[in-house]
Design a protein around this ligand. Structure first.
Ligand SMILES: C[S@@+](CC[C@H](N)C(=O)[O-])C[C@H]1O[C@@H](n2cnc3c(N)ncnc32)[C@H](O)[C@@H]1O
Length: 674
């Protein structure tokens, strides 16, 4: 039987394309895909950059992925486009740049995507021998067949367009756009010669709207938009088992759970950290379906979640939520709601309320109380506060969420997850016999943060401790075992807390179900200051304001509105280097993410890395020596490393940063453990 290039390509990657009645074409696994494995890569048929900081062809800052330095070169003709090297410049030139180099015409985003689709199609139809080189992976040395242009274009020909579902005014806009693009001098004649009509362009644009994907850099910032035909076959779930991450502009679909033969492989098209109302509206308006996943369906095991976090869009602070939430996979987010001055004032008040709650949260006391070994749990007759909620849930979620499904994290033998990864070189260059000072991690206002090893003064003379390994000398590069095999993570084997008795089954689903049931069992405070359209848990504290008037302040602990606000405060605190405050925000966000995202989701890996760095800066800058904090930071580093390894891969910046931070922590841990 004849098999097409696309079929062969999918077969080689152990997946199959099947049509189901409910979802149309869907991708199913034919073999097991381990967590962290790259299921497939996908080449774009059209790609638009929205950032000048990256090569406009491959979306990297340098031709050499490992290099931290930007080495972009400017096109000498138009002096506006940047490329990382000659190879990318040539490919971009063949693709599209030759048509627009020096052309000052302003194009909308949709116009540019459509032009690029038409250019790719013309080139393919004309069987042009000067094809641009496909994007290459810097991450893997896979022996699987690369995606040929035939595979990409065959997949493109099948893309869902939903043209019949588009409202009339949108169809009209698509038609106007198609006419405009067809007027471009470099397209008009060629399109005609290739038999590409106005109706085709209308369809392409409609396809683009329900298939295009936001391209993100490693820090989850959106750097462009692309139409990736092969990746477009994956359907959506609000609890996906795979995620799209990018190696430059090359899209990689990674398994974030073990996926077994016969299982459908799903991605999230929208940010799953949003309310049910927001998700449903976006999926309906842009993708024309009603989600029936385990979280959205009335029968799904995760159905309690939206009840807990609030399922109305009103539960969200749209503008606050947008501060750092650009991690939705598919683009064309609806614009943020208009912010009237009154609305703004309300939100500022809500942030102030949150700030007060976080200031009242006694991190040290609660960290000591909610120790898994002590089996403390909050008074079931009182509503939970931000602090009690966070510390209570931390016992249940970490490290079990990660470790139950991952024997590596049990650390019962020396073959831990480090066994194949050499430790980083000691972070000193000048004198290999002296120990460099302990230093904080740099955290700029952006999410991007890297280890800064040379700028900060030593913590104290005692910080220059020898390595805590059996010998007092530094480990040789590449020698992992003597460095990593102590019971550094022994506390991960703590017993379950009392409230998880009888023991929850050792799988993620039962832990999460137990956590949701526990949270919903706490009483609700009726005096909430936040929007309240559904039942939500709130808490009350008594505070004394500056003019000594006692106020009752209450917040809904689990709600997405609260998460959005704390998210905002987390970034604010990091920017102001207010580490204790940032740590509290980071812990609360982690717990909410444990509910909202699968544990190996890229958003989770990214947040864990931020939390690890925040924790490290807290103990270093504030010269903290409490053992309970050291344990916490150690845990965040381990989990950041573990999650980043699976979500982004060991070549990604998060994993490398976690390895470096672990190295620093281990070197200093005698100091911080006292
Ligand atoms: C990116 S495409 C995915 C592939 C698509 N099923 C196809 O046949 O080409 C997106 C479209 O797939 C369908 N789809 C994706 N996820 C779905 C889901 N969970 N339930 C129902 N339809 C879904 C919707 O029609 C949506 O507009």
């Amino acid at each position: 039987m004849f098999s097409s290039p696309l079929q062969n390509y999918l077969d080689a990657h152990k997946v199959t394309l099947t049509t189901t009645q409910q979802k149309g074409r869907s991708i199913f696994a034919t073999h097991q895909h381990d967590r962290g494995s790259t299921i497939i890569t996908s080449q774009p048929v059209a790609l638009v950059s929205v950032s000048d900081d990256y090569c406009q062809h491959c979306f990297r800052q340098s031709h050499y992925a490992a290099s931290e330095h930007t080495t972009l070169q400017r096109c000498s003709r138009c002096k506006t486009a940047y490329f990382c090297g000659m190879e990318c410049f040539k490919s971009a030139w063949i693709n599209y740049h030759r048509y627009v180099c020096g052309d000052d015409d302003w194009r909308t985003f949709d116009e540019e995507i459509l032009e690029r689709i038409v250019c790719s199609l013309i080139r393919y139809k004309q069987q042009n021998t000067t094809s641009p080189a496909p994007l290459k992976s810097t991450h893997s040395s896979s022996t699987l067949p690369n995606e040929s242009i035939h595979v990409t274009m065959e997949a493109f020909s099948y893309l869902e367009d939903h043209l019949d579902d588009q409202p009339a005014h949108i169809t009209q806009q698509l038609s106007e756009l198609a006419s405009k693009v067809l007027q471009r001098p470099y397209l008009k004649q060629k399109a005609e010669q290739c038999g590409i009509s106005h109706a085709d362009l209308v369809r392409f644009q409609s396809q683009s709207q329900c298939n295009a994907i936001s391209v993100q850099d490693e820090h989850l910032f959106v750097v462009g938009e692309g139409l990736y035909p092969v990746a477009s076959f994956f359907n959506h779930s609000c609890r996906p088992n795979a995620a799209a991450v990018f190696d430059g502009a090359l899209l990689m679909i990674k398994a974030i759970e073990p996926i077994y033969p016969g299982e459908e492989i799903t991605l999230a098209y929208i940010d799953i950290g949003r309310s049910r109302g927001y998700r449903q509206r976006n999926l309906r308006d842009r993708y024309f379906f009603t989600c029936d996943c385990v979280r959205c369906s009335d029968q799904g095991w995760l159905r309690l979640l939206d009840r807990m976090v609030g399922d109305d869009e009103e539960d969200e602070h749209e503008d606050i939520a947008n501060v750092s939430r650009n991690n939705n996979i598919h683009s064309h987010l609806s614009p943020p709601s208009s912010s009237l001055p009154k609305e703004r004032r309300k939100k500022t008040d809500q942030l102030d309320t949150l700030r007060q709650h976080i200031n009242h949260w006694d991190l040290l006391t609660l960290s000591r109380q909610y120790d898994r070994l002590k089996n403390i749990h909050p008074d079931p007759s009182q509503p939970l506060s931000l602090g009690t909620f966070t510390h209570h849930m931390l016992q249940l979620f970490t490290p079990y969420v990660w470790s139950v499904s991952n024997p590596d994290l049990h650390y019962t033998n020396n073959q831990s997850l480090y066994s194949s990864i050499p430790p980083p070189p000691p972070p000193t260059t000048a004198d290999s016999t002296s120990t460099p000072p302990i230093s904080p991690c740099s955290m700029t206002s952006s999410i991007s943060a890297s280890l800064s090893l040379s700028t900060s003064p030593p913590l104290s003379p005692e910080s220059a401790l020898p390595f805590p390994s059996s010998s007092n000398s530094k480990p040789a590069m590449g020698a992992s075992s003597s460095f990593m095999n102590q019971d550094f993570y022994a506390e991960f084997d703590d017993p379950l807390p009392n409230f998880a008795q009888p023991p929850v089954q050792p799988n993620y689903q039962s832990i999460l179900t137990k956590a949701m049931e526990t949270c919903l069992s706490f009483p609700v405070n009726p005096h909430s200051l936040m929007p309240s359209t559904t039942t939500a848990n709130t808490t009350t504290i008594t505070t004394v304001s500056s003019n000594d008037t006692t106020h009752m302040l209450s917040i809904p602990v689990f709600r997405i509105s609260t998460l959005s606000g704390v998210h905002h405060l987390f970034y604010e605190a990091m920017e102001n280097k207010h580490w204790p405050f940032a740590v509290k925000c980071g812990l609360y966000i982690l717990i909410q993410y444990c509910f909202l995202y699968p544990p190996y989701h890229p958003t989770m890996a990214h947040h864990l890395m931020m939390l690890a760095k925040t924790g490290w800066n807290f103990i270093v800058n504030d010269r903290i020596r409490e053992k309970v904090y050291a344990r916490g930071v150690r845990r965040w580093i381990a989990l950041a490393k573990e999650t980043a390894k699976h979500a982004f891969g060991i070549h990604g910046c998060h994993y490398q940063e976690a390895v470096n931070l672990e190295w620093l922590f281990r070197r200093e841990h005698q100091l911080v453990l006292g």
